[in-house]
Design a protein around this ligand. Structure first.
Ligand SMILES: [Zn+2]
Length: 219
């Protein structure tokens, strides 16, 4: 009885934002890294590796910090005064680092975000933060592209949103097929960018792209 009550308390304490998940303790996470070191063929007790599990877990806190954040929070402070501005707002080359959810290998790339404001615009740094929240999770590039566009659409309610992501996946470049020069391009076009070819082309031209150069939606 006592043991079960204690286990329950621990489980409650470790429950993360996702109610279904029980987060392991730091000691449990470090023990898992020791197991992986042994699986790789080395001795976690040799001097050079003694502090490695702690370092890996600290790195995980940074690489996967997006789970603890709500992307919508970054867009809540919007500027309502746009002075009649009704052209595309475009942010190019937002650098991101993510990890693929299939191998947990690094995915390095850039995001281009465009939107057609309806009264509300958002600070440039907020858009970059938004990208980071989604990037600092285990991802597929397709999902991340859609999530960034969907969040902007839901919070800013603009006339349209366009997101293009270009990235290199280290699970392809350093293992498996070893295709070092391949990058993947994905896109999500919503509202005016989806419905109006001219708006879409204006966005692509600003990025130096042409229709047909990109996989994904209607581009
Ligand atoms: Zn992968």
């Amino acid at each position: 009885m006592a043991k079960s009550a204690k286990t329950k308390t621990m489980a409650k304490r470790r429950t993360t934002a996702n109610a279904k998940l029980v987060k392991p303790s730091r000691a449990e996470a470090e023990a898992a890294v020791r197991t992986l070191i042994r699986w790789a063929g080395d001795d976690p007790d040799r001097e050079g590796l003694l502090a490695t599990p702690a370092r890996v877990i600290a790195a995980y806190e940074e690489w996967y910090s997006g789970y603890g954040q709500n992307p919508r929070d970054y867009l809540q402070r919007t500027f309502e005064e746009v002075g009649g501005y009704d052209e595309i707002v475009l942010l190019r080359n937002i650098r991101f680092e993510s990890h693929c959810e299939h191998h947990m290998a690094p995915v390095l790339g850039r995001v281009h975000v465009g939107y057609l404001p309806r009264n509300r615009v958002v600070g440039i740094s907020k858009l970059a933060r938004l990208v980071d929240v989604y990037a600092k999770r285990m991802q597929t590039q397709e999902k991340m592209t859609a999530e960034i566009a969907g969040c902007l659409e839901a919070v800013l309610k603009p006339f349209g949103v366009a997101v293009i992501v270009e990235a290199a996946h280290q699970c392809m470049t350093t293992r498996g097929v070893h295709k070092t020069d391949v990058t993947m391009v994905t896109s999500r076009m919503l509202g005016a960018f989806r419905d109006q070819a001219q708006t879409r082309q204006e966005f692509l031209a600003a990025l130096g792209l042409r229709p047909g150069m990109i996989n994904g939606d209607v581009v």
